[in-house]
Write a protein that binds this ligand. Structure first.
Ligand SMILES: [Ca+2]
Ligand SMILES: [Ca+2]
Ligand SMILES: [Ca+2]
Length: 275
């Protein structure tokens, strides 16, 4: 191969790599030491999320009334990569289907937050791709994250009206195509009120099936596009921390994980059995 054709090949490969990188994310490793992301590496002007993160949006044909009482997993599976870059701002406002790189506050502009304010379609999602690199099969996850509440949602008369589905609902996928909701993490208005502030969530959950060492899995924090307020209450994700719940040593850890879910399960008929 002569020098010119080699250069052409390198250019072609580079171009292909750039095309492939648009709208895709690269897996980060989940080790036994855990995973954390505070989004501060985006800086004040960054227009891309960290490489292991990506913004997804509902497909055309969906609307703000697609999800009014619940977010269906098939609808989450149908979401598509956002078409454009993040908007870097200090204080997010209005609607923005591609997501914001926002400051935590005007007095903490180095503390960056990945924020959403879905419009037009069913909603927006923040996706994290991880590879199980703990050396053992994974039975579940311990999770911590902050939901930053930037605005108070109001109706067309300017009266504060809570979104039908407040905050982010968490879904996970073990194959990148089908998605499972973690019902214990679906926010209530008490947990994510229609006020300005930050909600810190700490929980754990078990996967429906173990994740093998070396396998990828995916998390999506999904923000419904509310029907009755426009824009939605603008929210963002900050300070994500994830710990592995390994399968072999699983019993005590999984029991504690199930215990975390039990806080919610206790509202159901199984409460008596768990108590
Ligand atoms: Ca941050
Ligand atoms: Ca919303
Ligand atoms: Ca809705």
């Amino acid at each position: 191969m002569n020098r010119i054709s080699r250069r052409g090949l390198i250019a072609a490969v580079t171009t292909a790599a750039i095309v492939l990188s648009i709208g895709t994310s690269h897996a980060a490793l989940l080790t036994s030491a855990g995973y954390s992301q505070n989004f501060d590496s985006m800086g004040a002007a960054g227009t891309a999320p960290p490489t292991d993160w990506a913004v997804f949006v509902g497909p055309s044909g969906t609307t703000n009334s697609t999800w009014n009482s619940s977010i269906d997993p098939a609808g989450v599976a149908a979401m598509l990569p956002a078409a454009s870059a993040l908007t870097a701002v200090v204080t997010p406002s209005g609607t923005n289907i591609n997501g914001f790189n926002a400051a935590l506050s005007t007095s903490a502009t180095a503390d960056r937050v990945l924020a959403t304010s879905p419009t037009t379609v069913s909603g927006a999602a923040l996706q994290l791709t991880l590879t199980n690199n703990t050396g053992v099969a994974l039975g579940g996850l311990g999770l911590g994250y902050d939901t930053v509440r930037y605005t108070v949602a109001t109706n067309t008369s300017g009266v504060a009206t809570a979104n039908e589905l407040p905050g982010y609902q968490l879904f996970y996928s073990l194959n990148g195509s089908s998605w499972t909701n973690v019902p214990g993490l679906n926010p209530t208005l008490a947990a994510v009120p229609n006020t300005i502030g930050t909600t810190s969530t700490t929980a754990s959950f078990a996967f429906f099936s173990a994740v093998a060492q070396g396998a990828n899995f995916y998390l999506r924090w999904v923000d419904d596009n509310a029907q009755q307020t426009s824009p939605d209450q603008i929210i963002g994700l900050n300070n994500v921390s994830i710990t592995a719940v390994p399968l072999p040593a699983a019993l005590p850890l999984l029991l504690s994980a199930l215990g975390g879910l039990g806080l919610v399960a206790c509202r159901s008929r199984r409460c008596a059995a768990l108590a």
